[in-house]
Design a protein around this ligand. Structure first.
Ligand code: MTE
Length: 299
């Protein structure tokens, strides 16, 4: 059974939403987002999703500022159509693909995933997306490729945070090829049954649920297959604090705070703290990827 708005959304928001859909105007005064049809996925958690309001008003997207409310306040200016993604490096079919071409033929699923930020807060998000492996198979990964590098759009006219040089833009992320090919790794184009809100990384972003949230790079314009571990934004900024792997691990603390527990956004001031799970609860699925690795060293 496919969930509907009324199943997953707290009622006041749902009522709002229906009024909005009728008037085709959203809470932020922008046009309502198009619905996306997607099958439910066996990879979903049964944890209760956060509200759309939590998910779309408490964000990290430094291209729009460093405050949690900045992305919702300023991302409206981002042009997401037309959108294209360069796929290059060690692939059989490199090129500049229109977004419609990137998603073409990829089975869309609703994946309800736990999401754990390195800042020790957590949410549950009903993403809409497809497996990154499907796209990589389509473009043909060449035998020498060992890593996948991702880049976000650079467009300071529309992304006010990019006027500040504290990050060397573009925002960059990367995965080892086996992590990228893992069925849990998705490219998401929507959430809560609709197109991706801009503040969450429209029109297409990565979601890797067993890693800290910063690995889930937003508004992707480039995917490169490479043979060396690529530079990644947080590792470039503070290598002693953020490693390449960044797997959620309650036993390896951040140098400045514990990672043993997390604050569940939307759960209220008291009641919201819970233990962090190894690999964010996806240990059975992904632990084998790291067999033989020292996760305190490869943090
Ligand atoms: N991607 C880009 N391009 N820029 C960013 O600042 N922030 C990351 C990640 N992807 C970020 C990004 C961090 S720190 C987190 S926790 C998640 O996005 C937040 O995703 P959400 O806002 O959808 O919860």
């Amino acid at each position: 059974m496919r969930m509907t708005w009324s199943d997953v959304t707290p009622k006041p928001l749902w009522l709002n939403r229906r009024q909005l859909l009728a008037g085709a105007v959203s809470l932020a005064g922008t046009p309502a987002l198009a619905r996306i049809e997607a099958a439910k996925s066996a990879y979903s958690t049964d944890a209760e999703p956060n509200s759309l309001e939590d998910i779309s008003t408490y964000n990290n997207f430094y291209e729009f500022g460093t405050g949690k409310g900045d992305p919702a306040a300023y991302a409206g200016s981002l042009t997401v159509d037309p959108w294209s993604v360069v796929i290059d490096g060690m692939v059989d079919k490199p090129g500049t693909y229109d977004l419609s071409d990137v998603v073409k033929g990829q089975p869309l699923e609703e994946r309800i995933y736990r999401f754990r930020c390195v800042e020790a807060w957590a949410m549950v998000v009903p993403w809409i997306g497809f497996q990154l492996s499907g796209l990589l198979d389509r473009v043909g990964v060449q035998p020498g490729a060992k890593f996948v590098a991702f880049e976000t759009l650079v467009r300071p006219e529309e992304m006010p945070g990019q006027s500040s040089p504290f990050i060397e833009w573009p925002y960059r992320e990367g995965l080892r090829l086996d992590e990228a090919m893992h069925p849990l790794t998705i490219l998401a184009t929507g959430l809560y049954g609709e197109e991706m809100p801009k503040q969450n990384g429209a029109p297409i972003r990565l979601v890797v649920p067993w890693k800290y949230g910063f690995k889930s790079i937003k508004s992707i314009v480039r995917i490169s297959l490479v043979d060396k571990m690529p530079p990644t934004t947080w590792n470039m900024l503070q290598p002693g604090e953020y490693g390449f792997y960044s797997n959620v691990n309650p036993k390896v603390d951040h140098p400045r705070w514990s990672q043993a527990s997390e604050r569940r956004i939307g759960a209220g001031l008291f009641g919201g703290r819970q233990d962090t799970l190894m690999f964010n609860g996806y240990e059975a699925e992904v632990a084998s990827l790291y067999a033989g690795q020292d996760l305190a060293k490869d943090y």
